[in-house]
Design a binder for this molecule. Structure first.
Ligand code: SF4
Length: 371
């Protein structure tokens, strides 16, 4: 099936001014990354963005960035971007339920400072942001996966999405877009590739710099989702992200540009007055969307693991994020991994409320999953 043309509303999409653009304090570039055409392109963008401390390495090994484990070493790592070529194994894609059929990484790491960051439990080593310089080859390599899938193409209610690729498993692509242009490249490839059958690129973000995406030939094949939360949760626990009103303005802009869109409400927390706060959030989402928007909703409650708690406590020792095992129920994953989730009664109350509230306040939306 040829790509679907964006609705004529694309002509009226207006880019909101970005509220937060990351400037890394230093950038490390491996030799192989600098040799790739896309690596060269990113180097040009870094220069344009005024990033001054760019170090071209002699080889492909990054220096030891572990530091001595103190706060300064942590902050330096968070302020460091590396341009690298990932190992070939990363381009043998892995399934990633329930979000998508396949994980497709543009980068790994994120410059923001969410106290609950889900990367804390999934990534090891110093928290630098690695941007992958093999993007062009990686995008071509997706040909082999189109038409294969298990999550979305295997279920009746998501069958129309075709084969889905998730670009936000280990990064926030929009946080880096002004420096890398990688998401725009991926969107353009998905929008213009001669693939038969439906296919979808998916990305989630807590940022709002969407100006460069609005006029791309997306063909309706990229679903841009914005991760949003109750006002008090975002204020207390989402440092160095774009504020929620900025994310919602960006959501409205990309919807007006004809993208299918989504909101990822995560991590949901039963804070004082949560019905009011999440109700206000759903109303604010409804207010920015043009009529007829293709909208999905994903709901994820807060959870933590022993590993993520240890890492987050080290990263953000003064955070007031509740991670008290005594207030949680223990769940075990496929391989026995422990997760601490809200007790059954709390989960049932939250779930019931969200299902009703989403249906009432976002009547055209498709609730993809609750977890
Ligand atoms: Fe982690 Fe996402 Fe926050 Fe970045 S925006 S710090 S990836 S939770």
């Amino acid at each position: 099936m040829p790509p679907v043309a964006a609705p004529s509303a694309a002509l009226t999409a207006v880019a909101p001014a970005p509220t937060r653009l990351w400037t890394p304090k230093r950038v490390l570039v491996t030799r192989s990354a600098a040799e790739r055409p896309y690596g060269q392109y990113v180097l040009g963008r870094l220069e344009q963005a005024g990033v001054e401390d760019v170090e071209l390495l002699q080889g492909d090994r990054l220096p030891n960035l572990r530091g001595d484990g103190d706060r300064a070493a942590f902050m330096l790592a968070k302020n460091t971007m590396a341009l690298v070529v990932p190992p070939a194994s990363l381009r043998r894609l892995q399934p990633i339920a329930p979000s998508a059929d396949w994980r497709f990484d543009l980068a790994q790491g994120c410059p923001a400072h969410c106290s609950y960051c889900y990367l804390a439990g999934s990534l090891s080593g110093p928290p630098i942001t690695r941007v992958y310089a093999d993007l062009d080859e990686a995008l071509t390599g997706l040909d082999a996966y189109v038409g294969r899938g298990s999550v979305t193409s295997g279920t009746a209610e998501r069958g129309g999405e075709g084969t889905t690729f998730e670009a936000s498993c280990y990064t926030d692509p929009l946080a880096l877009e002004h420096l890398t242009g990688g998401l725009a490249r991926a969107i353009t490839r998905f929008g213009t590739a001669e693939w038969s059958g439906p296919v979808q690129l998916r990305a989630t973000t807590k940022f709002d710099d969407v100006a460069s995406l609005l006029d791309l030939p997306h063909g309706g094949r990229t679903r841009l989702r914005f991760s949003v939360n109750a006002a008090s949760v975002a204020r207390r626990f989402e440092a160095a992200t774009s504020p929620v009103p900025g994310r919602l303005a960006a959501l409205g802009a990309v919807a007006a540009a004809g993208y299918p869109v989504g909101v990822t409400i995560a991590p949901i927390m039963p804070v004082d007055g949560w019905q009011q706060e999440y109700g206000d959030l759903l109303d604010a989402i409804a207010a920015v969307l043009p009529p007829g928007t293709d909208l999905t909703v994903e709901c994820i409650t807060h959870r933590f693991t022993p590993g993520s708690k240890a890492t987050l406590t080290e990263w953000y020792p003064r955070s007031r994020l509740e991670m008290d095992e005594g207030q949680r129920t223990t769940k075990r994953g496929k391989f026995g991994a422990v997760k601490h989730v809200y007790p059954k009664e709390t989960m049932a109350e939250l779930r019931g409320w969200f299902q009703d509230a989403v249906a009432a306040r976002l009547p055209g939306a498709h609730l993809l999953y609750w977890t």
